[in-house]
Write a protein that binds this ligand. Structure first.
Ligand code: AKG
Ligand code: FE2
Length: 420
């Protein structure tokens, strides 16, 4: 195994020096400064936002396209493919932001689990149980197969803000961590065994965002321009990350250029996967077990961990069901994933979506405990979805039978056993 992948699998992150080659740093800084200036000019809230961010793809133009081209570089795209153990042709960028410092001293972040979600200045894993399912499902899948997504922080100026707990992506939080996080200010102070990721100008960290991490201190003291990227692999596992780049992102590159071809290919990877999702849902609708299995195998080739793919399909189904009846025409300002969901919803009639949803509903029900709460160390709002554990008795076979309209026996929901 290549050493970078080995380190990503064991520690959850790899620090790399000069991801932005020294000779390109000045140009990258100036392109990104233009991106940030544009985002700021277009957002009246920018100067009041404690964690200001800019969208690279939305803000580049022909003269600053270098900031977007950097996503195709061997040091970013190439290394992502290397650590994901995939050919570069099977890896696509899915996120491209710049994290900036606020120009004022913000108040302490709100407690985790607000109705709108959780501020990343609290310790967290990038997991939302309401949208992603329980953490242990993702850990199980990735222990068997490795991750299908990596995230990057690439510092254009020295940056020690991100803290991580090495190895925490391979397990649930320990009792020590949980009691720290539950304590007064526990989500905003260093967790035992955590370390700051120390990046010099141009350095980057590629990491598994299942790992416990923390955006420790956002303030005006130090300029922060940290490029925050995500890359997805295809044909390996079916991860929870979809394409957050804005719809039409490939159009930023001039027609006929090699960069344009790469970006179009990336969109093609996401579209091909979505076509498989559609076929899989259609197979469920018609009760065609063989076609359903074939779709699953394409989405998640290894058998081990396929239950996680089924849980995520239930999440996508929920999102589709919520979109039934909405118009699907306008793509301005939307991410590729939002566009794809709307597009897919429009391929089904309302009755079909209703029928499909009723097939997936028992899975959704079983993933809820019935009691709303927020567990520190997660993103998202307070919810009754299970944060950590997959309900006892929920197997891949059981889910398939349910979805194909041949339920075996009800799943046990919740994790509290009934008194004898
Ligand atoms: O500020 C950082 O580097 C961390 C941000 C983060 O964890 C997030 O946005 O989820
Ligand atoms: Fe995060």
């Amino acid at each position: 195994m290549n050493p970078k992948r080995a380190q990503l699998l064991s520690d959850g992150y790899v620090i790399l020096r000069q991801v932005v080659p020294a000779g390109q740093l000045d140009r990258m800084r100036s392109d990104i400064e233009t991106v940030v200036a544009r985002q700021r000019a277009g957002d009246p809230e920018w100067d009041r936002t404690p964690q200001p961010r800019a969208s690279i793809v939305d803000q580049v133009d022909a003269s600053t396209i270098g900031a977007f081209e950097f996503l195709l570089h061997p040091n970013t795209h190439g290394v992502s493919a290397e650590v994901l153990d995939c050919p570069t042709e099977a890896v696509a960028a899915s996120q491209a932001l710049v994290i900036c410092n606020p120009e004022f001293t913000p108040e302490a972040p709100p407690r985790p689990g607000q109705h709108w979600g959780t501020d990343p200045r609290n310790w967290h894993r990038d997991v939302r149980p309401d949208r992603d399912g329980p953490l242990s499902a993702h850990i199980e899948d990735q222990l068997a197969n490795g991750p299908g997504y990596v995230q990057w922080n690439i510092a254009l100026y020295e940056d020690h803000i991100l803290y991580v707990v090495p190895g925490s992506h391979r397990r649930l939080s320990t009792e020590v961590e949980s009691s720290h996080l539950q304590g007064d200010q526990g989500t905003t102070s260093p967790v035992p065994e955590s370390i700051p990721v120390e990046l010099g100008p141009g350095d980057g960290v590629v990491y598994n965002n299942l790992m416990l991490h923390w955006g420790s201190k956002y303030g005006p003291e130090k300029k922060r321009r940290t490029v925050h990227l995500g890359y997805r692999s295809f044909g390996h596992i079916f991860p929870r990350q979809q394409c957050n780049l804005p719809m039409g992102f490939w159009n930023r590159f001039a027609e006929g250029t090699p960069q344009r071809r790469v970006a179009e290919h990336w969109f093609g990877l996401f579209q091909t996967e979505f076509a498989t999702i559609e076929e899989t849902f259609r197979a469920a609708l018609s009760g065609n077990g063989e076609a359903f299995q074939a779709g699953l195998v394409r989405l998640h080739p290894p058998e081990k961990g396929r239950r996680t793919c089924l849980i995520l399909l239930a999440k996508h189904m929920l999102a589709l069901h919520q979109r039934r009846g909405l118009p699907g025409d306008n793509d301005s300002g939307r991410s590729v994933y939002e566009w794809q969901l709307q597009e897919l919803a429009s391929h089904f009639t309302d009755r079909e979506l209703e029928r499909l949803w009723r097939r997936f509903e028992p899975i959704d029900e079983a993933l809820r405990s019935g009691a709303s709460r927020h567990v520190s160390g997660f993103l998202g709002p307070t919810t009754d979805y299970e944060f950590e554990k997959v309900p006892a008795g929920m197997t891949a076979e059981g889910i398939c039978a349910e979805v194909l309209g041949r339920p075996q026996r009800p799943f046990h929901s919740g994790s509290t056993p009934l008194p004898a």
